[in-house]
Design a protein around this ligand. Structure first.
Ligand code: NAD
Ligand code: MG
Length: 297
């Protein structure tokens, strides 16, 4: 008899903690130890997103990179947005997209800049010939222990990058989005169970979850589906870019039910599903990929 191809989720990717490490902003995936698994060697496409025109924000590294690689292997062309300074990571992803036989457009913009969203959409539409799928995934996460010393400039930037840019990107894209389009936001377990040292970040993640459901209600009559993904602790550059107190890094993810951090590759299939026609009856939902932590609003 042929054996089933079962994988034990506990031992898959097992890391007995991570080494302490730190990077300047923006942190690069290239310099991480170990390098996250974004499905570079493993993701196999199955024609789920043929000829789709996709914008992914923060697509150079981590979860956005895993989505970009998977989407390209499913047949999509990708406008890959990233933060200036991340060209090395972004070019690697572009090479994977092109190796899959698809088009990669690199869009380097700081989302703290008010004019960025309109330019990102204009260039996506021009260079891909349209837009039907958006993965709104870019975010900044800067750990800070105490609200009394939390710089207001940081609070404003976090809101600008994580949530206000979503309003502007969707506003700019709306005239171009045909029926059947899909918008996917990246929220977080932090939306539902905030860590005290991530006050500004977690608040934006809660706003994103709410935005996702409200926007789905607005857009249902246009035939545009809107859903969110709520990751748990995932091994990405975000965590090294002041995302965690330095001493917390070795234990990162160990308190999940799986007793390990997740890898970006473990999220890609959920983004593919939500983007694809397979999810035709799925809108106004938040999907958790948390390693076990429950999510509810
Ligand atoms: P990541 O650092 O690899 O990706 C985040 C990206 O956001 C960066 O690569 C960068 O391109 C972009 N970005 C940051 N600041 C920006 C700015 N000022 N302007 C434009 N772009 C900017 O980390 P990731 O973990 O893959 O993050 C992707 C998403 O997943 C984020 O929304 C994050 O909040 C969410 N998330 C991550 C985790 C986790 O544990 N890693 C958990 C829950 C949610
Ligand atoms: Mg990055």
């Amino acid at each position: 008899m042929t054996e089933p191809t079962l994988k034990d989720p506990r031992t898959l990717y097992r890391q007995d903690g991570f080494k302490k490490q730190d990077q300047d902003t923006p942190a690069l995936e290239e310099d991480m130890m170990p390098k996250p698994d974004c499905g570079e060697e493993s993701y196999q496409g199955n024609h789920k997103l043929e000829n789709r025109r996709v914008l992914i924000t923060g697509g150079d590294s981590g979860i956005g990179r895993a989505a970009a690689i998977a989407f390209a292997r499913e047949g999509a062309d990708i406008a890959l947005h990233y933060l200036p300074g991340e060209d090395k990571d972004a070019k690697e992803v572009a090479a994977y997209i092109e190796k899959a036989g698809r088009k990669a457009v690199l869009l380097s913009y700081d989302l703290r800049d008010e004019s960025a969203p309109q330019e990102i959409i204009d260039r996506t539409v021009k260079e891909l010939g349209g837009i039907d799928t958006m993965v709104l995934n870019a975010a900044q996460q800067i750990s800070h222990p105490d609200i009394t010393e939390l710089p207001m400039a940081q609070v404003k930037d976090t809101f600008m990058v994580n949530i206000i840019s979503m309003f502007a990107l969707v506003q700019a894209a709306e005239p171009h989005l045909p029926a059947g389009s899909s918008i996917i936001t990246t929220t977080s377990v932090q939306a539902f169970n905030p860590s005290p040292h991530l006050l500004d970040y977690a608040t934006t993640k809660s706003a994103i979850a709410n935005f996702t459901i409200g926007l789905a209600k607005q857009f249902s009559e246009k035939g545009i589906r809107v859903n969110g993904v709520a990751p748990g602790p995932i091994w990405t550059a975000l965590q090294l870019d002041q995302g965690q107190p330095k001493d917390a890094l070795p234990e990162f993810g160990q308190d999940s039910l799986m007793q390990r951090a997740g890898q970006p590759a473990e999220l890609a299939p959920v983004y593919v599903f939500l983007a694809s026609n397979d999810a035709s009856y799925v809108t106004a939902q938040i999907y958790g990929v948390t390693g076990g932590e429950a999510i509810n609003l």
